[in-house]
Design a protein around this ligand. Structure first.
Ligand SMILES: Cc1ncc(COP(=O)(O)O)c(C=O)c1O
Length: 365
């Protein structure tokens, strides 16, 4: 047999992830991947459509107009802003700038799964810091910051838990971490935090030489399909980060849509207010139905399905798709064997979900 090329990675063989088909005659209601139930700003959609009239023109490789708009909207230096193909590209770019095989990447026990993906792509060692009642523990993270540690990734609020580490604890963590470690604050759901808390986290990134804040247009702005994220990073990191991103990483309709979205504050406020209301609505019903859940701060609620075996969450997921065309997924992360992270839909969708939960829990065996 002839010799075969040898890749550096030997990844687990997973089936490809695809959107499921709804039952015949039913529309699918997606509550599985933390999307925006309110759609997107019509101004953003119009801007994307308008830019589609010139598809033969390349996008601006520097996303200059978008970075300027971000700088103006949030009072930040556009030269310290980098845009990414979703914030996931930026999480990856940051990993590639600082870590390689033999280095250590630190995350919180139930942190966002993409942090672990970054580590495995690089062959870096991933370590998870224990939490207290799902809250990220500053001391446990600091204890893992060996000389080999290069990055700490934290999502605030976190996915899949929705729990936000208190701001004073983030500041304490930053003060305690050795200077050679980069602290990455993933603020994908930052718009759902109290405005003062979001401002304090952005301020930490603005004033520190080892903190990066990542943001996204996928969640509160509802532009998930267009893949636009951004990060505020120290000035000295910008050449490295820019080298490692794709040259034409943000397509032109996406740049136009994101720029227009920033100007529509009313839409954003409606999403943030509506999401908080739906969180209370669904959380109240989950409590009445006797289902333990985390009343977090994202646009989803981590929910536990008690049962003798660990199949109960999957049973409900199958039932919800079959009976109501509602798409949900199991969490599938260590520590959450019988859980689903239920995304918040519109009021009508959430009512249907509650009715479906009721039928599931009260059906005869
Ligand atoms: C915590 C967190 N960070 C980052 C992302 C990546 O989002 P995107 O690549 O769409 O910006 C997600 C998406 O679900 C997320 O939940």
């Amino acid at each position: 047999m002839t010799e075969r090329p040898r890749p550096y990675l030997d990844p687990p063989q997973r089936p490809p992830f695809a959107l499921p088909l709804p039952p015949a005659g039913k529309r699918m209601i997606s509550l599985a991947i933390n999307e925006n139930a309110y759609g997107a700003s019509p101004r953003a959609v119009e801007a994307a459509i308008a830019r589609l009239s010139a598809p033969h023109r390349y996008p601006d490789p520097s996303s200059s107009e978008l970075r300027l708009a971000i700088g103006t909207t949030f009072d930040l230096d556009p030269d310290r802003i980098i845009c990414g193909n979703g914030s996931e590209e930026l999480l990856d770019v940051i990993g590639r700038l600082f870590a390689r095989s033999g280095d250590r990447i630190i995350m919180s026990q139930s942190g966002f799964f993409q942090f672990a993906l970054v580590a495995s792509r690089l062959g870096a060692e991933l370590v998870r810091a224990p939490e207290r009642d799902l809250v990220t523990d500053a001391d446990a993270l600091t204890a893992l910051a060996t000389p080999e540690a290069k990055l700490v990734y934290l999502a605030i609020p976190n996915n899949p838990t929705g729990v936000a580490m208190p701001i004073s604890e983030v500041q304490r963590l930053h003060a305690a971490l050795p200077g050679h470690v980069v602290l990455v604050l993933d603020l994908a759901y930052g718009e759902f935090l109290a405005p003062g808390d979001l401002a304090a986290l952005m301020d930490l990134a603005a004033k520190s030489d080892n903190v990066i804040a990542t943001r996204t247009f996928s969640k509160a702005y509802g532009l998930a399909a267009l893949r636009v994220g951004w990060a505020l990073a120290p000035r000295w990191m910008m050449p490295g980060l820019n080298l490692l991103r794709g040259v034409g990483n943000i397509n032109a309709p996406a740049q136009s849509a994101a720029t227009a979205a920033l100007a529509d504050r009313d839409f954003l406020n409606r999403v943030v207010e509506g999401t908080a209301k739906e969180r209370d609505f669904l959380g109240g019903h989950l409590t009445r139905l006797g289902l333990r859940h985390v009343q977090g701060l994202g646009n989803f609620l981590l929910t536990e399905f008690p049962g003798e075996d660990s199949k109960r969450a999957q049973d409900f997921i199958d039932f919800a798709m079959r009976e109501a065309g509602i798409w949900l997924r199991p969490v599938g992360e260590p520590g959450f064997p019988n859980h689903s992270r239920i995304g918040l839909g519109s009021r009508a969708e959430n009512e249907l979900l509650v009715a479906t939960l009721f039928s599931f829990l009260h059906r005869r065996a």
